[in-house]
Design a protein around this ligand. Structure first.
Ligand code: FAD
Length: 494
């Protein structure tokens, strides 16, 4: 039986491991940290369960499709609930908007904010639905080897949407600033500014407004646990505290890994660790991309995160809350154009214990705060404390309640932690942005062109940042391995 060694245990690695084990490989997953899940790890403290990374469960069809590939359903592993309202948005004039959990109610909401906008939204959503279907049925599952992969009967009718931006498309049809912010928010998940994101990506609005926001009871880590359980059923071996120090090559072929000082051999190496870091595990001649290449890419933001326990239940908030009460564009400039700590940051909070009593002790609230930041900026305890105080004060004012004296647990995570805990390039939180110049075949390659039997997966490859793309990336990489590596097993596509 051929053996594959997988570096890292993020969603892309967990996904690839399942597909490769199903195809008959012996699979070993090596994770440097003491628990599996990568950026989606969780930890428990004082009766709270904190998800450390993703909190938005979007595109439920992609998760369903993943488990279906193994004859399973998400409900075999976790219980999903649809959130209604999906989320709450706070604006600068003390106004708030709650996004309902059904598209019909969203049409009504739009009309109430900008009379007549529901019909524009319907047209916009129809276009987004078309793009979603064209992408998810085929495009995003392609390996990014050639520009021709983008040419389908659906995309040729929409070429203009690759050269116009989400921002211009939204501003053509909507004038109310609140609606514009609501519609521009979903593409932030792709890691770039709406004015740098092709209009074709409006399918994120379909994901948001039509497919809805879901939550796995017990927390996002339930997805990780489900995938590990599935992997174990398929025979995958998982190793934690397993730091990969070198990819061993012979005759330009990957033949194994140095793990905590010991060399273990294999037939194939697949890395789900950050791409830049993985290439540092090779000698410089074997790397495909130079430091200049990485420095010239647009990376998704880093983040300052606080995991907070409150000794009381909070009011005037929902499970997901977006604070757009400061200037959206100015914060974006400080992330992408002149990297610096934001003067007046936008931020996001999640209170999963509003939906799920199991993640906090009775009568208490579990909170996650996130401020997007420029990757690579200088991190310090003083700065973290400054922003914690700032966020608490703003939340107190906007929700009209006292909070600071109710904090019973607070842990921060920022640029330096992304670097030290995940070997993340410049401390990026979720990989490389999906701009026009960094889409599909223009992203770092799945298969090394310099080292045979070495493959990559994860948020820096195709299709890009986010949990659903990571699941897809794992499938694409597994497929590329099956197609590219000659061996005795007879495989069909998985
Ligand atoms: C704060 C935050 C919030 C997010 N919110 C959302 C959200 O709400 N919804 C959504 O869909 N997506 C969200 N994302 C994005 C999503 O979590 C990621 O895109 C996805 O989890 C990335 O998976 P991955 O497999 O590419 O990489 P990772 O999860 O980064 O996995 C890589 C793994 O490799 C390990 N590793 C690195 N170097 C080595 C080494 N030398 N040896 C061994 N192991 C190594 C790392 O420790 C890590 O575990 C968020 C991300 C963050 C950080």
């Amino acid at each position: 039986m051929k053996n594959v060694q997988i570096i890292g245990s993020g969603f892309s690695s967990l996904s690839a491991a399942c597909y490769l084990a199903k195809a008959g490989y012996s699979v070993d997953v090596y994770e440097k940290n003491d628990s599996l899940g990568g950026r989606a790890r969780a930890f428990q403290q004082d009766g709270f369960t904190f998800d450390m990374g993703p909190s938005w469960y979007w595109m439920p069809d992609i998760f369903e499709r993943f488990f279906h590939d193994f004859g399973k359903k998400t409900s075999d592993y976790y219980e999903l609930v649809r959130l209604n309202p999906a989320y709450k948005v706070f604006f600068e004039d003390n106004e708030t908007v709650e996004i309902p959990g059904s598209i019909e109610d969203i049409y009504t909401l739009f009309d109430s904010i900008e009379p007549g906008s529901a019909s524009n939204l319907e047209k916009f959503i129809n276009s987004a639905a078309f793009n979603y279907k064209a992408s998810m049925d085929e495009l995003v599952y392609r390996p990014g080897n050639s520009i021709l992969e983008l040419v389908t009967p659906q995309t040729v009718t929409r070429v203009n949407q690759f050269f116009s931006t989400v921002r211009s498309a939204i501003r053509r049809d909507f004038t109310n600033p609140k609606l514009i912010k609501i519609l521009e928010f979903p593409v932030l998940f792709l890691g770039a500014k709406p004015e740098n994101t092709p209009a074709f990506y409006n399918f994120m609005n379909y994901a948001d407004l039509v497919l809805g926001t879901w939550y796995p009871m017990g927390g996002m880590y339930k997805i990780v646990e489900g995938m590990i359980e599935l992997g174990k059923e398929l025979g995958v071996n998982y190793h934690t505290n397993a730091q990969i120090e070198e990819i061993i090559t012979s005759d330009n072929t990957a033949v194994g890994l140095r793990i905590n000082g010991l060399v273990e051999y294999s037939d194939i190496v697949l890395s789900g660790a950050d791409y830049h870091h993985t290439e540092q595990l090779l000698n410089p001649d074997s790397r495909m991309y130079t430091e200049d290449y990485w420095a010239s890419r647009t990376f998704a933001p880093s983040a300052l995160i606080f995991y907070v326990g409150f000794d009381k239940k909070l009011y005037n908030v929902r499970h997901h809350n977006l604070f757009f009460d400061e200037d959206f564009d100015q914060h974006a400039v400080q992330i992408y154009d002149t990297p610096s700590w934001p003067d007046d940051p936008l931020f996001y909070t999640c209170f999963p214990s509003i939906t799920d009593p199991s993640v906090a002790p009775e009568g208490k609230e579990n909170a996650f705060f996130l401020i997007p930041l420029a990757p690579g900026i200088e991190d310090s305890e003083e700065r973290r404390q400054h922003y914690f105080d700032l966020v608490m004060s703003r939340l107190e004012t906007l929700t009209n309640q006292s909070l600071k004296e109710h904090v019973i647990y607070n842990k921060s995570f920022c640029v330096d932690d992304f670097k030290s805990q995940y070997n993340s390039y410049k401390g990026n939180a979720y990989g490389m942005a999906n701009t026009l110049k960094q889409t599909a075949f223009l992203r770092p390659k799945i298969k090394s062109k310099k080292v045979d039997h070495l493959f990559f997966t994860g948020q820096l490859t195709v299709p890009g940042p986010g949990v659903p793309p990571a699941l897809i990336s794992g499938k694409i990489s597994a497929n590329q391995i099956l197609k590219n590596v000659k061996h005795e097993l007879k495989h069909a596509n998985i």
